[in-house]
Design a protein around this ligand. Structure first.
Ligand SMILES: Nc1nc2c(ncn2[C@@H]2O[C@H](COP(=O)(O)OP(=O)(O)OP(=O)(O)O)[C@@H](O)[C@H]2O)c(=O)[nH]1
Ligand SMILES: [Mg+2]
Length: 195
């Protein structure tokens, strides 16, 4: 899909601040620094639309990016950022959970993991939570450029096993740095929007 005019629309913390138009929403979830914001930029080919940083904890609110009025990419703050105070982590967790539990136009949750590591306890909690919402989801094994291409399939299998994934669940490798596997991911997103 080619997005001609992607725009940042709003940062939200409370439901009152969510966009009023109910376009399909594609949500990026994952631990801090795993590459959620970069994922958006890579898919739409715009370097700086979603703010990224090598320092974890860059995204602190729910950011809505309007894709040609066809759908929103919704960039969530990352979890598991140890430098964030406990109170702030709880606050962020609560507004993420609120969003995921009440927003009816979420079409797909994209849970992003790091292909190099086994899923963390927080990843497992998030995965279980996502499953409990009954919202369709896919899993992205990001930073595939960090391992040898011959190891990618094995790494994806490890993630599937560790999360005890049900057969039929989509787990796709990805790399923002090398811009690989983007076609597969667009296909998943397009299918979700058209559903
Ligand atoms: N090597 C490599 N680095 C990546 C990839 N994707 C993102 N990064 C880097 O990882 C760092 C974090 O990227 P972000 O996109 O800001 O991560 P985020 O998940 O949005 O982080 P928070 O907003 O803190 O939750 C940046 O330095 C990115 O350049 C990738 O596919 N490969
Ligand atoms: Mg971010």
């Amino acid at each position: 899909m080619i997005i001609k005019n992607p725009k940042f629309e709003i940062s939200a913390v409370t439901p009152k601040q969510y966009p009023k138009n109910y376009l399909p929403e594609i949500v990026l979830a994952g631990k801090s620094n795993v590459g959620k914001s970069s994922f958006i930029n890579t898919l739409i080919n715009r370097k700086g639309l979603a703010r990224t940083s090598s320092e974890p904890g860059k995204t602190r609110q729910i950011n809505f990016y309007n894709m040609d009025n066809l759908f929103y990419f919704v960039d969530l703050p990352g979890y598991g950022y140890s430098k964030m105070s406990k109170e702030e982590q709880i606050k962020v967790g609560q507004f993420i959970e609120k969003y995921l539990s009440i927003r009816e136009n979420i079409q797909l949750i994209v849970l992003i993991l790091d292909i190099r590591h086994s899923p963390t306890e927080d990843d497992k909690l998030m995965y279980d939570y996502i499953r409990s919402t009954n919202i369709p989801f896919i899993i992205i094994a990001n930073k595939a450029d960090k391992i040898a291409i011959t190891k990618v399939d094995d790494a994806v299998e490890v993630i599937k096993k560790e999360l005890k994934i049900l057969s039929g669940t989509v787990v796709e490798p990805f790399s923002s740095t090398r811009r690989i596997y983007t076609e597969n991911v667009w296909e998943q997103i397009t299918n979700a929007i058209l559903k």
